[in-house]
Design a protein around this ligand. Structure first.
Ligand SMILES: [Zn+2]
Length: 628
């Protein structure tokens, strides 16, 4: 997943999950689900399920731990209209007192199947709920996540339970999905029976404006983009965009040397009215950004790594998955301690692939790496929360407010592990005298043979053993240190080991400008230690830096700078004008209806990060991002 905003024990999902089942010799029930999506623009979805049952209590679950979201984020609060019937009679039900995702239905004698109806209330605005539980439907398009519209019976695993699904779409809407189609009549589509695991792994994108772009024509397995937008104009991207995404499929194929899908669909939503994030699946990803992302060059470079990140997850996260994150269904706790491999390695690969695919120039790649390194270099929360704890606490940290990000730390394994995996890559290249790289690790760990979607679990030891197979080194010591150290400063061994240095000057890079514009934020982290929204609201004030020491905190609002009404430009100009001067920087701030002026004795000017070449070392970084 991505916000905006692991010698390998060969264990397949079917094998481990069998041990979890109830041991019953009866076949797992075959459930049908008919979804009426015609009310998508009203943001309500109607589902009808038929579930085989027998007399007694039928325990049903609404999916709770959502794969890839790393948290108990199943939006049970948005289920309404829940009713059960058997032989035409209304059945009694009650929610479990110790788990709101569990429903007990009383099934009378003689009833052999229970009919369930439910509505899913899709969020009506793009504020609030996050990820797939966030806004997912507009006047012109929608994404359907199956876990939101179904229940499943207790006693079987997600790959034992079979579902036959159908969907009725709004009139004339087109759709894309990896789910195999059985038949289509008008706006109604029937799908082949699949396991619950595959169903939940196979979202559908649908809309009036839907563009399908093949990315590897004539090759197997096929890969395509299925893009739904709020306008036709948003889909009319220049040819170079489609060439870049074709490059991505080629470069990722070369990196891993095998695939683990039958076919692959980039389900891409372009809308200002849906939640923005990316979520991985074996055979697709559900990625969502602003409506004009593909036609606006600045938005394009800002989001260039999103689809590469989600695509890499088909190998790293779906096919190879931490053993304790692999659960038999959606009720058991998913343990997040190895997310520094699941998400951290994906983040690293998802940032070098856009450079290898010509979505970014080498300079844009370096400026993005500099921004990430600089942000971590101004992260005092590293002094109390180590990298391991950002993973251990991930199911909460994804939902933390942005205020106090720098002191609380959030899911920093995305950024910190990009630096750490770069460090590991540079060590492999040095140890092997240029003969090996992290690409070799990826081929060993995630590569041949090609398979359909399966799960091959791993542990910490499996990662260390494979690294040692590529290049013998004290990898256990290296990663233990990386996971438990408290700085000071960002882990810069990878940048420095690959021939570059992190520096600051007064010039905003194109990547920093794109980040600021997209977040509608001024990033003064590296000068006075503030992140300020365009309207003056202070999102974060970095502990230990000038603004925090003067008394400014998150949630306050910046009203005036040196006596003049705040605008982003007035603020930037004041930072710049104060360089090497003697007058303090005066900030008039509103805090819970009170006004105060803070004086900052700051004279460092604007500061933005860049990478500069260290000529005393070989330029491994340029080798790392070279196309193959
Ligand atoms: Zn991810």
């Amino acid at each position: 997943m991505r916000i905006f905003p692991r010698g390998c024990a060969l264990i397949f999902l079917a094998v481990i999950t069998a041990a979890w089942s109830n041991g019953a010799t009866t076949a797992a029930p075959h459930i049908s689900i008919a979804l009426d999506a015609t009310d998508a623009p009203r943001k309500i979805f109607h589902a009808q399920l038929t579930i085989p049952a027998s007399a007694g209590t039928l325990t049903l679950y609404y999916p709770k731990w959502i794969p890839g979201e790393h948290a108990p984020s199943g939006p049970v609060i948005d289920v309404a209209g829940l009713k059960f019937t058997g032989n035409g009679q209304l059945l009694k039900w009650r929610r479990a007192l110790d788990d709101n995702w569990t429903i007990h239905v009383e099934v009378p004698a003689g009833v052999q199947e229970v009919h369930a109806s439910l509505d899913y209330l899709s969020p009506a605005t793009s504020e609030g709920a996050l990820f797939t539980a966030g806004a997912s439907a507009t006047e012109k398009m929608s994404v359907i996540s199956w876990n939101q519209v179904l229940l499943y019976p207790k006693g079987w695993t997600a790959d034992q339970l079979m579902y036959t699904a159908s969907v009725r779409f709004p009139s004339g809407w087109k759709f894309g999905t990896p789910l195999p189609i059985s038949s289509q009549t008008g706006d109604e589509v029937h799908f082949d029976p699949v396991s619950l695991y595959t169903l939940v792994d196979s979202p559908i994108i649908t809309g009036q404006y839907l563009k399908i772009v093949p990315l590897n024509q004539g090759q197997s397995p096929p890969v395509e983009m299925d893009i739904a937008a709020d306008s036709q104009a948003a889909l009319d991207a220049p040819q170079e965009v489609w060439v870049a995404y074709s490059n991505l499929v080629k470069q990722t194929g070369i990196l891993f040397g095998a695939t683990h899908y039958r076919d692959y669909h980039f389900l891409y939503s372009l809308s200002d009215h849906v939640a923005h994030f990316g979520l991985e699946h074996h055979e697709s990803n559900d990625s969502r950004t602003e409506e004009r992302t593909l036609v606006d060059p600045e938005l394009r470079i800002e989001h260039a790594s999103l689809l590469p990140h989600e695509y890499v997850h088909s190998w790293n996260g779906k096919y190879r998955r931490p053993a304790d994150l692999t659960t038999p269904d959606y009720q058991q706790t998913m343990q997040d301690d190895l997310l520094w491999v699941y998400e951290g390695l994906t983040e690293y690969l998802g940032e070098i692939l856009p450079a290898r695919s010509a979505m970014w120039t080498p300079e844009q790649f370096r400026d993005e790496l500099a921004r990430i390194a600089a942000q971590l270099d101004h992260r005092p929360g590293r002094s109390w929360r180590n990298l391991q704890d950002t993973a251990d606490a991930a199911s909460m940290l994804y939902y933390a407010a942005h205020q106090w990000d720098s002191w609380r730390r959030d899911v920093d394994y995305y950024d910190e592990d990009e630096l750490n995996w770069l460090w590991a890559d540079s060590i492999i290249r040095q140890q092997s005298k240029g003969k090996k790289s992290l690409d070799d690790f990826c081929r060993l760990f995630h590569g041949p043979p090609s398979t359909p979607p399966i799960v091959k679990t791993y542990t910490f030891d499996d990662v260390m053993n494979t690294l040692n197979q590529v290049a013998p080194y004290d990898w256990r010591g290296f990663w233990n240190e990386r996971l438990t150290n408290h700085g000071p400063g960002a882990p810069l061994g990878g940048i420095e080991g690959s021939g570059w240095k992190l520096t600051y000057d007064e010039t905003r890079s194109e990547m920093m400008r794109a980040w600021e514009d997209d977040h509608r934020t001024i990033n003064a982290s590296f000068s006075v230690g503030l992140i300020v929204k365009e309207d003056g609201e202070i999102e974060d004030s970095i502990e230990g830096m000038d603004a925090a020491r003067a008394g400014i905190g998150p949630g306050m609002k910046l009203l005036a700078v040196n006596g003049r009404r705040f605008t982003p430009q007035v603020f930037r100009d004041a930072l710049s004008a104060g360089k090497n001067g003697s007058q303090p920087l005066q900030l008039l701030v509103e805090n819970t209806d009170y006004f105060r002026t803070f004086s900052l004795d700051y004279h460092g000017g604007e500061k933005y990060p860049h990478l500069v070449r260290d000529d005393s070392k070989p330029d491994l970084l340029s080798d790392i991002i070279r196309a193959h």
